[in-house]
Ligand binder design. Structure first.
Ligand code: GDP
Length: 300
């Protein structure tokens, strides 16, 4: 939590401090509420969520006759936590069935941090004493398979890769085949994220998933989104959401943005939870996402 706070330091300036200073005022007039709205929008919370939060908070303060700034802040915290939704299941679905490995497909636009995320997830799983196989199905970016293999070596797990420019689906297939043969717990598959045409992406990702599922069900599709890209990230979420059944979000580079509210916006866009956040470039800078902890960090 301390680390999350430190990493979100940038966000505090715009969201936490901004909101708390307005709520600390003696009188919350329309101008004050507008300021609260602007602060939320500036932090990428999104229009509908901002509207909902402000409506609910205004009503609550009025109905309960709250004027004490400390109680108003507590009410704000409660509303933010509700928006982030602590009731969502954020566990990684990595448990396979019928003695087969769980298969986690990691998708997203290139540069968002997919390969890094696969490597870090492998590290987390290995620390939990699970066995892992990596599949380098991003066969288009020349360095991607090397980068993944380096992670594999560092973490001590095998990487299945194909020829550069080869068929991503067959790499996925072979990785799962290896996972089954080795009785591995989890197969993590890195994919290519070229977004130049939606139909191309759809064909490719759809095929990777279909071919893998000839052997074992895909238990989780994690979409990686770069938190620093704002609206672009939301557009990506929409496109990928149409192409594959995304079951969880990894929001990377939260350390590099003042806009932590993107967590709320992106969850709403896809209707699936943020499960992990990237908080830096280090090997262990991937943290499981916790709604209350996150809101406390925002408001610290
Ligand atoms: P890919 O093309 O989607 O596979 O992206 P990479 O995994 O190669 O990552 C792209 C860059 O983003 C690399 O320089 C990573 O170190 C960096 N990166 C990934 N996650 C984070 C994060 O949470 N915070 C920061 N600051 N950098 C990150």
């Amino acid at each position: 939590l301390v680390r999350l706070r430190a990493r979100l330091a940038k966000s505090q300036g715009s969201l936490g401090r901004g909101l708390l200073s307005v709520l600390g005022r003696a009188r919350l007039d329309d101008a004050a509420w507008e300021e609260i709205e602007d602060t939320l929008l500036a932090a990428d919370v999104g229009v509908t969520a901002t509207d909902e939060l402000v409506q609910n908070l205004r009503t609550k303060l009025r109905v309960e006759g709250i004027t004490d700034p400390e109680l108003a802040k507590a009410a704000l915290r409660e509303e933010l936590v509700r928006l982030v939704d602590p009731t969502l299941d954020r566990t990684l679905r990595s448990t396979g069935t019928d003695g087969k490995p769980g298969v986690v497909l990691v998708v997203g636009v290139n540069g968002t941090g997919k390969t890094t995320t696969v490597g870090r997830l492998a590290r987390v799983l290995v620390a939990e004493e699970q066995t892992v196989v990596l599949g380098a199905a991003d066969t288009f970016r020349a360095a991607a398979a090397d980068q993944l293999q380096t992670w594999g070596e560092r973490v001590g797990v095998p990487t299945v890769r194909g020829p550069e420019g080869g068929d991503p689906a067959s790499v996925g297939f072979e990785a799962v085949q290896r996972g089954i043969a080795d009785e591995t717990d989890v197969v993590l598959v890195d994919t290519a994220g070229r977004l130049h045409t939606k139909s191309g992406l759809m064909d490719e990702l759809g095929k990777v998933k279909r071919v893998i599922e000839k052997q074992a069900p895909v238990t989780e599709v994690l979409l990686v989104i770069d938190a620093t890209t704002g609206q672009n990230g939301l557009t990506q979420a929409r496109v990928f959401g149409e192409v594959v059944d995304v079951s969880g979000i990894v929001l990377t580079k939260l350390d590099g943005t003042a806009k932590g509210g993107i967590v709320i916006a992106v969850q709403r866009e896809l209707g699936v939870p943020v499960k992990f956040v990237g908080l830096g470039e280090g090997e262990d800078d991937l943290a499981p996402f916790d709604a209350e902890e996150f809101v406390d960090a925002l408001l610290a």
